[in-house]
Structure formats: structure tokens, C-alpha cells
Design a protein around this ligand. Structure first.
Ligand code: FE2
Length: 292
């Protein structure tokens, strides 16, 4: 594809949020992503933007809990110094707020907007957020899915990245997906039997993978080096609508109604997304009246 600043390779824009796919990026040697600059950013970002965790080596660990609990226990400086041997994991968010990321961030925004415009799912990148993950050799990111669409880029080291097709009932049920998107349930537990659905990418520096909105995934780092990975989370108009419509479906289930699936009819999805804020308001009033 022409006109792209950071992304390269054979990209079909129509696959965006339909299926995972691999391609290339040219950011591995970008000065903003040098180890020196990353160390500086991690020390300079507000404390609540940096999380770290130790001993993540089990796919069954609840990823949200692991990050929340371990962040309170560990010393960030100690984690950076011992990263090669400590089986640790640092996650830093909102890198787009750091001045050294400005040029890189603008170029990524431009590439993603170009892809969305080509497939007609949006014109502007919505709710963009850049994360950086720095992890020890062999560290595991447990099975989970995110509430945004994602481009993940390997900067240093290698990983095996398993990405599941999005919105497939046998992998993660619509009910589980929609209640997690609506922040009303935890991640569904890992089940070994779904592994046969995974697309597995052997992910090296200079390579990128698209993880569609609500696609399950897990990651195992390679044994030879620490791993540095950047993720660009965002919504298109389409995934933003899907997220709102999924929240609406979750509320309909709570009212005893069996809702229609998301992603089948754009008209129905838009209708659900459009009325969700009003319905959410009614739920909030009802919660206050119940006193909780
Ligand atoms: Fe993720």
C-alpha cells in the first residue's frame, strides 16, 4: 500500500477488525524507541501510567488482576535493572503524551486513518492510545482481549503471538464479550480446547500484527532477549459503534431479552449504539434509587 509512513508490506484494508494479519513496520530503529529514551519516558511518565508485574508465566492468570495486584508490590527501578532474569513485565500507557513521541505518534495516526478511509470504517482515529510493553525473556502475557482495536509492533526481541478470530462464539461467547466490553464482568477463563482456533505469529523486530477489536490473544516471549513491543489502541467509527452496541446488548440481556448479534446489520448496530447513552442513564438512575 502506498502513502504509509510507518507500515509496510501486503496489507488488505478490508481485513481491518475482520481477521488478524501480519505485516511490517519501519520503527525498530526510531530514536523515540531506543532503550535510553524508553528508560527516560518510563521515569518521566506520571506514576499511574506505568504498571509492572512479576512472574507472569501461566496462560490462566487473570491479566487484569496480575497487573493491578503486582503494581502495588514491586519497585519499578528494580524491575528495569533485573529485567533479563526476573521474569517481569512493564506496561506503560499514554506514550503519546510524551514530547519525544510526537512525530512517531502523528505518523502512526496518519497510517491508521489511511487504512480506515480505504475500507470505509472511519475517517479519524478515535480514542488513540500508545502502550509500551517491556518484558523478560520467556515472559507470558495471559489470554485476554481488549476493548479497542490494536496494531502491535515488535521493536526488540521475539515473541510468539497467538491471536483468535474476533466474534466467534466457540472462542469467546457474545455474552462474555459484551459483558466485559460493558465493564460488568471479568475476562472469561482460558480454555485449552480453543487453542486450535489461534493464528500464531512468530513475531520479530520490524514485524507488526493487527489484533481486531475484541479478538482474544496471548503472548509468549522468546528465550534469547528482553522484548520491547509497542501497541497502538484505537477505535474506528465502526468499532466505536460496535462497542456501544455491545454494551446495549449486555443491558438487554440483563432485562431478559435475547439480543441480535453485533456486526451483522450496520443499521441495527447504529440504532443500538445511538440509544445506549439514554439507556445507560436509566440504569444509573435505577442504581441510585436502589441505593447502590
Ligand atoms: Fe492485549
Amino acid at each position: 500500500m502506498k502513502n504509509l509512513k510507518c507500515f509496510a508490506g501486503d496489507i488488505n484494508p478490508n481485513d481491518l477488525d475482520r481477521k488478524p494479519f501480519g505485516f511490517h513496520h519501519n520503527l525498530a530503529d526510531h530514536p523515540a524507541l531506543s532503550i535510553d529514551n524508553i528508560s527516560k519516558i518510563i521515569q518521566e511518565l506520571p506514576k499511574e501510567k506505568v504498571m509492572f508485574s512479576k512472574g507472569l508465566n501461566n496462560l490462566k492468570v487473570n491479566f487484569d488482576h496480575a497487573l493491578n495486584n503486582d503494581t502495588k508490590k514491586l519497585d519499578l527501578k528494580e524491575v528495569i535493572e533485573t529485567l533479563r532474569t526476573s521474569n517481569s513485565y512493564i506496561a506503560a500507557r499514554n506514550l503519546e503524551l510524551h514530547p519525544s513521541f510526537k512525530g512517531l505518534y502523528d505518523d502512526l495516526l496518519s497510517d491508521i486513518a489511511e487504512l480506515m478511509q480505504r475500507n470505509g470504517t472511519g475517517t479519524k482515529v478515535l480514542e488513540p492510545m500508545v502502550w509500551l510493553f517491556i518484558a523478560s525473556p520467556n515472559a507470558v502475557t495471559p489470554f485476554h482481549f481488549d476493548r479497542s482495536s490494536n496494531f502491535i509492533m515488535q521493536i526488540r526481541g521475539s515473541k510468539q503471538l497467538a491471536v483468535f478470530p474476533p466474534r466467534v462464539e466457540e472462542v469467546i461467547s457474545a455474552k462474555d464479550t459484551e459483558s466485559y466490553v460493558d465493564w460488568s464482568s471479568e475476562l472469561p477463563p482460558w480454555r485449552e480446547e480453543i487453542d486450535l482456533y489461534a493464528n500464531k505469529f512468530n513475531f520479530k523486530s520490524g514485524e507488526a500484527v493487527h489484533i481486531p477489536f475484541v479478538s482474544g490473544h496471548y503472548v509468549k516471549n522468546g528465550p534469547e532477549d528482553i522484548s520491547i513491543t509497542m501497541s497502538f489502541f484505537f477505535h474506528s467509527d465502526e468499532t466505536f459503534n460496535w462497542a456501544q452496541a455491545m454494551k446495549m446488548n449486555n443491558r438487554l440481556r440483563r432485562l431478559g431479552v435475547k439480543p441480535s448479534a453485533i456486526g451483522v446489520s450496520p443499521v441495527v448496530d447504529s440504532l443500538k449504539a445511538g440509544i445506549f447513552p439514554a439507556v445507560d442513564g436509566v440504569f444509573n438512575v435505577a442504581r441510585k434509587l436502589r441505593g447502590n
